[in-house]
Design a protein around this ligand. Structure first.
Ligand code: FAD
Ligand code: NAG
Ligand code: NAG
Ligand code: NAG
Length: 500
């Protein structure tokens, strides 16, 4: 990294030096993907790079805060999902993170009248249908059949929810994981993602997600990894509190303009979320090509919003989950988590935290409301859920607004129906072998998860290392046009059969 020139800008308060910095690689974004890319460059012996992050801290969507008297809560990612050699699981072990297994069947069901009921029959029916759907989707993928929505797939598997309880069970089993409803989600790609995470390279049958309850915060392990790269305090290569405004690229290199300085790099690795790319929060010069934008706009970044309430006493059950079958609105304030479950918070904690999650439209809805309005709605819901209780006012209340945040624009990606393989390849394809794309959404196998971000960062770095060391980048391809299955000459037409 070389600082070559200074231009003085007069500001109201004084003079700011706007520098032009020359470097080999600019890593854009300091979430897990940017950290992983910087680590991989370092391990490959490349130290001439900068990492630019708008926030004052690394970690991106791994974000914890102190809440109540003194507990750490996770506003973003919370689980190690898929064990085995999943790099996230390995990091969790390396740093001895305190995690607990999650028992997704440990549920207190509350029906739409506020009665505690036994939902195990409905739960079993949903779980059996999900298993059938899984098998069918793998067959579909193997036989190269056209994708269908997860709603169609669930219906074909015999699951047709009718009651509020059945809808709540489905919401918990589907949306609460995928971040979006089965109507918008791809059946085939969704199941392939499950298969890659839980039954692929990391090992087989890796069920048993572990929730981070480490009071150092989940991001601790990523910050530790970043310290392997940025060993010295105030390493000038780490540019925190610096926002990228525009990225100009051509065959010769990349010029990045930030709110502080200009960075001229041979290569750039963008790790911005697909939501940031969709919302045009960063300017591209020239504009990203249409074939790429079609893939980007077609993908989904969901919003998964955890709302935390702290009370001076626990009036809910000891189960890990409480599932409320909302009488009118599927998924509204339905999935509640007891953060006081045995073994979660440190002994002697004075806080009683009940957390509810909303996704998709309801997540957008709460973001547009004031905290006070959301709190009122939640109190009204709790009174319906526990008609015989006097519900105390919460002593603390907090939730993040992921969707409106221009640095994120949502929580994690979901593969929607309508996006095909080629779209995803186009979304990820580099620009002139100068700008490479990482971030969780770009991982075809592990999108949506921390490992998606980690692996995509590593892959982009490996490409850049090859460009630098071999003076020749890996061969990259894209699809200028994506044609549909009914094109002439396509075997699909030949498969027409007679009704007998
Ligand atoms: C609520 C929630 C729950 C989740 N739960 C889980 C879970 O349990 N398990 C799991 O595996 N995954 C989970 N995830 C997903 C996981 O957190 C992400 O996959 C992962 O953190 C993404 O990392 P990334 O580096 O790809 O992206 P980010 O973390 O988004 O990193 C991109 C970085 O770019 C920065 N940036 C953006 N714009 C600019 C700009 N203009 N200039 C400079 N910097 C900029 C951002 O500040 C950010 O730090 C969850 C996410 C959320 C939000
Ligand atoms: C980094 O890249 C190398 C190849 O250059 C690879 O072998 C390695 O596993 C990658 N990841 C890490 C974390 O080193
Ligand atoms: C808060 O919690 C942390 C970690 O659990 C602990 O180290 C610290 O002493 C606590 N502080 C107070 C004021 O209780
Ligand atoms: C719910 O019903 C099932 C049988 O359908 C039974 O095995 C289970 O123990 C019941 N659960 C509770 C919590 O009563």
């Amino acid at each position: 990294m070389k600082v070559t020139s200074f231009v003085s800008l007069s500001l109201l308060a004084g003079t700011l030096q706007a520098a032009t910095i020359h470097t080999k690689v600019a890593i854009l974004g300091g979430g897990v993907s940017g950290i992983s890319a910087s680590l991989n460059l370092t391990l490959a012996g490349i130290d001439d790079f900068v990492l630019i992050e708008a926030r004052d801290v690394l970690g991106g969507r791994a974000q914890d805060v102190k809440f109540g008297h003194n507990v750490t809560i996770e506003m973003g990612c919370n689980w190690v999902q898929a064990l085995g050699t999943n790099p996230i699981n390995l990091l969790s072990q390396k740093y001895n993170m305190k995690t607990v297994p999650t028992d997704y069947e440990d549920i207190d069901y509350i029906d739409h009248h506020g009665r505690h009921v036994n939902g195990s029959k409905e739960q079993q029916a949903f779980s059996d249908a999900s298993d059938r759907m899984y098998e069918q989707a793998l067959k579909r993928a193997k036989n190269n059949l056209v994708d269908i929505s997860s709603r169609t797939a669930l219906s074909l598997a015999g699951w047709i929810p009718r009651t509020p309880l059945e809808k709540a069970i489905e919401y918990f089993g589907y949306d609460w994981e995928s971040g979006e409803d089965p109507e918008r989600s791809s059946d085939v790609f969704g199941i392939l993602n499950d298969e890659a995470n839980y039954n692929g390279k990391f090992g087989h049958d890796l069920e048993g997600d572990r929730m981070n309850i480490d009071q150092r915060g989940f991001k601790y392990m990523f910050l530790q990894e970043a310290e392997r790269v940025f060993k010295k305090k105030n390493d000038p290569r780490l540019k925190l509190g610096t926002t990228v405004k525009s990225i100009a690229y051509d065959k010769k290199g990349v010029t990045i303009t930030t709110d502080k300085d200009t960075i001229i790099a041979d290569y750039a690795i963008s790790t911005f979320s697909v939501g940031v790319l969709q919302h045009r929060d960063v300017e591209w010069k020239p504009e990203l090509p249409d074939w790429k934008m079609e893939g980007i706009f077609g993908f989904h970044l969901t919003t998964y919003t955890k709302i935390f309430m702290n009370f001076d006493r626990q009036f809910w059950s000891d189960h890990e989950f409480t599932l409320y079958a909302h009488p009118t609105s599927r998924g509204l304030f339905s999935v509640w988590q007891n953060l006081n479950a045995p073994g979660y918070f440190p002994k002697g904690t004075k806080d009683n935290v009940f957390m509810v999650t909303v996704t998709q439209d309801y997540a957008h809805m709460v973001e547009a409301m004031t905290d006070e309005q959301v709190k009122d709605q939640l109190m009204a819901t709790l009174r319906k859920m526990y008609p015989d209780e006097t519900i105390p006012e919460p002593t603390d209340f907090k939730f993040p607004r992921w969707h409106s945040d221009p640095l994120f624009r949502g929580s994690y990606s979901n593969w929607p129906i309508g996006e095909v393989d080629q779209h995803h390849e186009n979304m990820k394809a580099p620009l002139h072998n100068r700008v490479f794309f990482a971030g969780e959404a770009m991982s075809k196998d592990y999108y949506g998860y921390l490992q998606g971000g980690w692996v995509a960062g590593e892959e982009a770095a490996i490409s850049v290392v090859q460009c630098i060391k071999k003076k020749k980048c890996p061969v990259a391809t894209y699809y200028p046009e994506i044609v549909n299955a009914k094109m002439k000459g396509n075997t699909v037409l030949k498969k027409r059969a007679y009704i007998e």
